[in-house]
Design a protein around this ligand. Sequence first.
Ligand code: BTN
Length: 251
Amino acid sequence: MPDQAASRTAGPAGTRFREVRWLASVDSTNRLVLEEARAGAAEGLVVCAGEQTAGRGRQGRAWIAPAGSSLLCSVLLRPRLPPDRRHLVVIAASVAVAGAVESTTGVATSLKWPNDVMVGEAKLAGVLAEADGDAVVVGMGVNVDWPEVPAQLIGVATAANREGGRPVGLPTLLDEVLRRYDAHLDDLPGALREYRRRLGTLGRRVRVDLSDGPLTGIAADVDHAGHLLVEVESGCLVEVAAGDVVHLRSA
Ligand code: BTN
């Protein structure tokens, strides 16, 4: 990563996010915050970058965002939760991002399992959690003000400005995300309720691309561990822990 000075600001008053570092460029804010976590950084560190040269997405994919046009940030948490409840901090992040985008830009969003923030069938924001020991680094990428959609994302991704959203500065959006995230982390059952309410995947016919082939059925529910329950043709519920969901038209 380019070793550059970061400007530092405080996070929203009264939240656990006490320090926000802003970098012009970094390989990946998630990688950097994981490194800080291993070096003993306290919960609440936030790192944002104007651009990432090796942004990380889910399932080993790259996260692509034109420079200076997106909120690219990672927060460090050290949740004192049993392993089967740790995913709730990721769910809470997607709920916080969706709410913050709506309240600051006016763009209506829905969630797609597991943590994609969508406008229709185009992705506006994504969340990637990476853990090391007791640390969980939650990375959020929000497409805010894209001059154009990068060629490889046409038809797949969108940005708030392209959906008629009000202009919003990245610090303002970050502040709103962090304020909401802090409140959701203090009420994880409430965050899960809000997640289900926003989850556009529920009730949809879906295809889940799994390592051993596709699974098709109706997305019936999300269980306490955040796994998707898909009702297949036989009527059985199949539990999906990880994978890519495609929303299908009803049969
Ligand atoms: C996804 O694939 O949906 C998750 C994308 C997460 C991207 C964000 S951008 C800031 C943080 N740093 C990274 O390298 N990735 C996450």
